[in-house]
Design a protein around this ligand. Structure first.
Ligand SMILES: *[C@@H]1O[C@H](CO)[C@@H](O)[C@H](O)[C@H]1NC(C)=O
Length: 80
């Protein structure tokens, strides 16, 4: 019985972790789509690209464990 309970707990943790990863992928896609929709004359968002982790994008902060974008500060990026 204890094994079955452990199995379900592990399964749940696995699902939660997959969901959180999925959320970060969505944040990544949303930010890249946003970038495509604007002009960036000073290349402030130059590192917003596929091969950079979204938590390392300029002006972006993630939650501690990288499960979700938490903060976006574009106030000095001169976007058009
Ligand atoms: C972000 O960049 C730093 C410095 O280059 C690197 O050490 C770190 O692994 C990167 N983080 C992620 C989540 O890729």
């Amino acid at each position: 019985m204890a094994y079955i309970r452990l199995f379900f707990i592990l399964l749940l943790l696995r699902l939660v972790s997959a969901y959180q990863h999925h959320s970060l992928l969505q944040d990544n896609a949303a930010l890249l789509a946003f970038k495509k929709s604007i002009l960036d004359p000073t290349s402030a968002l130059a590192n917003w690209k596929d091969d950079v982790h979204v938590c390392n994008f300029t002006s972006i902060k993630c939650y501690e464990q990288h499960h979700r974008v938490m903060e976006i500060d574009l106030s000095s990026s001169q976007l058009v």
